[in-house]
Design a protein around this ligand. Structure first.
Ligand SMILES: [Zn+2]
Ligand SMILES: [Zn+2]
Length: 288
């Protein structure tokens, strides 16, 4: 029997800044990083602090090649990159992709600009891994491996951000963070982008009730995620990019509230594993 078409593991689901505290240890404190395995590739969605424990695990497994797809380079999405163990391992090759820039910044340029004195003592020249920096402009498509295709979409976020849709073997997942919606008007572009996906990981920083106070911050709500999933026939929602004020009690309560309206809603937490089988069935577990 063959394995799942897509296997996802959440390594970090926090937004803005990592928030380690005793009252949020169950859901975890690391910022955005989702490990995806599909088409024989290891693909890491964002390089928040979650990429550090992820990299340790991959190094232990002997993984020698991987892709990083960056939504954008706000700190919470790149802060783990300088500490990613595999980038300091010999014999490893990595591709880092970015396409959110609104000017002529390049991916290499961006990494060099934040891994340099006086911000950080190590520069990317000291990576032992071979790193390819890949630039694109949405809606460019990327091919990460034979049969593993990636579509890209510009999102509504200060300084730009890019959503990704990965298609493989007739199944699909989407990663849509950070983005702000227009209340009452679901984004036609996002609906078309995520249409029929098995899983969508979505920016759920706020609730609909809180949202009016945060217009212009570039984020969305879990309820908008549910509306998009329903309208675009997405199988499962991963509620992602939790505000730093959310503790375990609040997130457990959210899990219940979200499942009451959309049974396949899952609150992102460190160790959440989601597997999409060839027939579209979805299995989830928490495996810290
Ligand atoms: Zn963010
Ligand atoms: Zn951001």
């Amino acid at each position: 029997m063959s394995g799942p078409v897509f296997s996802l593991r959440v390594w970090g689901a926090r937004g803005s800044v990592s928030a380690p505290a005793t009252d949020n240890c169950r859901f975890g404190s690391d910022t955005s990083c989702i490990e995806v395995r599909a088409g024989g590739r290891v693909v890491l969605l964002d390089a928040g602090t979650g990429i550090i424990p992820c990299g340790r695990r991959l190094k232990g497994e002997g993984v020698e090649t991987f892709d990083v797809l960056l939504t954008h380079c706000h700190f919470d999405h790149v802060m783990g990159l300088p500490f990613m163990p595999l980038l300091y391992a010999d014999g490893v090759s990595a591709r880092i992709h970015a396409g959110h820039f609104l000017d002529n910044t390049t991916c290499r340029n961006m990494v060099e600009r934040f891994m340099c004195a006086p911000y950080f003592p190590i520069t990317p020249k000291q990576f032992a891994a071979g790193v390819d920096y890949v630039d694109f402009r949405p809606p460019d498509r990327l091919r990460l491996a034979e049969g593993l295709e990636v579509a890209t979409l510009r999102l509504n976020h200060p300084n730009g951000a890019v959503g990704y849709r990965l298609d493989c073997g007739g199944r699909a997942i989407a990663y849509v963070t950070d983005t702000e919606h227009e209340p009452g008007r679901p984004s036609e572009a996002i609906l078309a982008f995520v249409e029929g996906c098995d899983v969508m990981i979505y920016d759920s920083m706020y609730t609909d009730a809180e949202f009016p106070a945060y217009r212009g911050y570039g984020h969305s709500t879990w309820e908008e995620g549910v509306r998009l999933c329903r309208a675009a026939r997405v199988g499962a929602l991963v509620i992602h990019h939790h505000d730093i004020s959310r503790d375990d009690v609040w997130l457990e309560d959210l899990s219940q509230r979200a499942r009451d309206v959309f049974p396949e809603a899952h609150v992102g937490r460190t160790g959440l594993v989601i597997e999409v089988a060839q027939d579209g069935s979805i299995a989830t577990r928490v495996d810290p």
